[in-house]
Design a protein around this ligand. Structure first.
Ligand code: GAL
Length: 356
């Protein structure tokens, strides 16, 4: 009897040993697969300011792209977006911190496009690639390393297309006499400019006005003011201009939509007696709505979605050590430019329905 009990116990023991061995194999199998690190790409996005409508629209598309890509690929993508409150020193500190925290790629919207060297030095020393965007660094800076890129659009093209909106209107005799209110054969205009030193400010301003003049139309500039891309600042500046030229302003050329909308705010507020022809650039949501309701005469579509997605495709590829998608077209191996397009009442519907 004792023998049988001992035999029974030893059987139980053997089974328990086998069972626990099986469990261990099973569990260790589970643990090892659970411990396989999920591939993670860490992307830092540094903007010059957190209140810029167009730049915020680019970053919105970046985040959206990452969430979608995560679902498709099962790769964890960390995207951290910080604004620099228009201070290059703050942005340099932010870049240093992300590099120390081992982010794979920096996407930088420089505060001062002539002052990229601080960030580039640190990135090169730590082998962290940089994709600059929207605010184009000077050529010599970008040439310093083969892991520096720029994604944006060609400023000259936006000036030419803004001019085309104007000349298309002026070429229609009825429209011309509507705009040239005093009938003197010259269009009196004011211009609202972005920031001094920004590639888009100088180029858009010069190219737009010279193209209109070269197309055979006489222009007379009454005033120009910087309004730093900002609707409120533009409103204030436009109120001053309206006060200075109470019956003369026939056209308002703005380097971007927020400033064009600020001009419209001012004209409405001061009950300006004329209804000037107003044009902007970007194709922001508010501008599209103002074009649809015929308050704004036109804008030039600046592809925030295309830029944001391209930047993320590049950042992701570099983070994964993959080559860039063949669909990305580079100029001089470093630059990617999205095309601009005209938006007027005639085609605004297409932009309102697109998800821009
Ligand atoms: C321009 C854009 C402006 C402003 C600026 C900021 O391309 O048209 O609205 O966002 O970039 O750098």
């Amino acid at each position: 009897m004792m023998k049988r009990i001992r035999h029974y116990c030893s059987l139980l023991l053997t089974n328990a040993v086998i069972l626990s061995a099986v469990m261990m194999v099973f569990l260790s199998g589970c643990t090892s697969s659970a411990q396989t690190p999920v591939k993670e790409v860490k992307i830092a996005v540094l903007t010059y300011d957190e209140y810029d409508t167009f730049v915020n629209s680019i970053t919105k598309h970046m985040t959206k792209w990452c969430r979608q890509k995560e679902k498709e690929e099962g790769v964890r993508i960390t995207i951290d977006i910080v604004g620099a409150k228009k201070s290059q020193l703050t942005q340099n500190d932010q870049a240093r911190k992300f590099i120390t925290e081992k982010y794979d790629v920096l996407c930088v919207n420089l505060v001062d496009r002539t002052d990229a060297s601080g960030i580039i030095d640190k990135a090169m020393a730590n082998d962290v690639p940089i994709i600059f965007f929207n605010r184009e660094p000077v050529e010599e800076d970008l040439a310093r390393w083969n892991k520096l890129y720029y994604v944006g659009a060609i400023a000259r093209q936006s000036g030419e297309l803004q001019a085309k909106i104007i000349t298309d209107a002026l070429s229609d005799p009825d429209k011309y006499s509507e705009i040239d209110v005093n009938g003197n054969g010259t269009i009196q205009y004011v211009i609202l400019e972005g920031e001094a030193g920004h590639q888009d400010t100088l180029v858009r301003t010069n190219v737009c006005t010279t193209t209109v003049v070269n197309s055979g139309y006489a222009l007379e500039k009454l005033g120009d003011e910087y309004a730093n891309w900002d609707r409120d600042q533009a409103k204030t500046k436009m109120l001053e201009l309206a006060d200075r030229y109470p019956f003369q302003i026939e056209m308002v050329i703005a380097n971007n939509d927020d400033m064009a909308l600020g001009a419209l705010d001012a004209l409405k507020e001061c009950n300006y007696p004329l209804d000037p022809f107003v044009v902007g650039i970007n194709g922001t949501e508010d501008a599209l709505e103002a074009i649809r309701t015929m308050k704004l005469d036109g804008s030039v579509f600046n592809d925030a979605k295309g830029q944001g997605e391209t930047i993320m495709e590049m950042a992701y590829a570099m983070g994964m050590n993959e080559s860039f998608p063949a669909t990305i077209e580079f100029a001089f191996d470093k630059y990617v430019f999205t095309p601009y397009n005209i938006i007027t009442y005639d085609n605004v519907q297409q932009y309102l329905t697109d998800e821009n």
